[in-house]
Design a protein around this ligand. Sequence first.
Ligand code: M6R
Length: 614
Amino acid sequence: MCGIVGYVGPRPSQDILLAGLARLEYRGYDSAGIAVIDDAGDLGMRKKAGKLAVLRDSLADAALPDGSTGIGHTRWATHGGPTDVNAHPHLADDGKLAVIHNGIIENFSALRAELADAGVTFLSETDTEVAAALLGQEYRRTGDLATAFQAVVNRLEGAFTLLAMHQDQPGLVVGARRNSPLVIGLGEGENFLGSDVAAFVEHTRNALAIGQDQIVAITPSAVTVTDFEGNAVEAQPFEVSWDAAAAEKGGWSSFMAKEVAEQPEAVANTIRGRVQEGQVIIPELEGLDSLFLGIDRVIITACGTASYAALVGKYAIEQWARVPVDVELAHEFRYRDPVIGDDTLVISISQSGETMDTLMAVKYARERGARTLSVCNTQGATIPRESDAVVYTHAGPEVAVASTKAFSAQITALLLLGLHMGRVRGTHVDATAEVAELQSLPDKVSWVLKNEQEHVSQLAGWMADTRSVLFLGRHVGYPIALEGALKLKEISYIHAEGFAAGELKHGPIALIEAGQPVFVLVPSPRHSALIHSKVVSNIQEIRARGARVIVVAEEGDAAVLPFADEVIRIPLAGALFEPLLAVVPLQIFAMALATAKGLDVDQPRNLAKSVTVE
Ligand code: M6R
């Protein structure tokens, strides 16, 4: 949610800002704007509701004088609708100062009332304009942007990334963060700020991560970081491991299509370097065995798709590490009084590493003394830095709002983690068979893509008018049923529900009527003849009531044939590894159906890629 970019250097900044904002588009937004201190020392600003193209058209119609200090913003509306006026930047000090913001300033009403009493008139409905007005007041009092900025951030409550510049101090952009993302890009004679590295990765891969409640000031030649009291702090350097091309669409019709196709690579990259002599040893966790020993419980917390990966992780960790695992939606976790303490390990899962609900759950867990480990795809993100340890997924940048390759990489990382924990805890010391399974996965995912893409896409094309689709699964098929339904909902806007197949007769079977499409994820009979036969019975029950049954089953499973309208095949795999194969046709189905309906699969309505507000 909201994209932020800042630039100071020798080059004209407008193209840099617009390109940075384009790379942050995936975060989700409904208006965009830039402010630039031009070469004459005047601050110019343009902002528009709608997509970046609207802003670009406006700039093409009436140019904004260019200059080498600038800030840019894409806004996902919270306080006030997506209008030109509510878009960022917001100005103060008679238009000489510009501010952009991501997050929610929780005490904005009180501050707004105070400023209104002091005679400030507000143009917008946003909380951001309050921060801008406060900064204007402080600037007039102190005459120095950095000093004024420090005073203002100390008055704000809530979550925020804030960037500001003043025309009387060209060549300087200041920023601050509290529970919202901000990273620094280090160039040669130029520096950048961004919500994430995508904002500047085409210019530099040298980055600095800044911590909570810290302020950064960038000039073309210097970067200074302090805490909110003004004490110097050291920012953590890191090198961005992917290049700009990785976040390009290339020749693909959509980012989602590209990312679905990249899954074999995402799985392989997540395994790479973590297997030694047939055992799983995650190098980032070396020396951290104490995280896994003496625990009596694991809680995995996450939101959305990541929470479904967590459900698969539960099965794997319980099986191999023999410790009870609960999965908790992050936004439910801290609003009760969960039983956690120093013998609890809380694992968070987040592609972005910035999901506010998940971040708050991690912070809460730490406050309560729990050990924390994050599974994350984004370097420099907040959640890993708030955790005791991190296992990175190496899926590369995921741009489409609908998560696909990150999901596969999360499951892979959790399988690795389960085996690592099993070895450390002495509950599963020989992982030779599982390692062989893991290493065969990339080829098997490729097999599904190669052999089922056309079939599933055709099926989706025929079903473009469908109004509702149900998904059933048992064991690790259940989270995949949930994920199949979520994918369909979010990009094709079709009603979809995932159910544990065993729940069917406890209610959902009432939904079955003639022609109702139902995907059924059939586990291999080789793993458990019992579970397999139960699912086959479920298929018969819905078939008898007129459902149109689409089965996802392993190659050679003939038992499903008499009862299925369509059979989608996946290769043979171990029970805990099947989800990585079974999810692929469901992703393809959702994507093809949304495409058949003429929808934008990369940026579905109302959704943001990173949900950085609660
Ligand atoms: O960045 P995160 O993994 O923390 O994001 C969590 C969810 O918001 C995310 O998985 C969401 O459900 C996706 N849009 C699903 O495709």
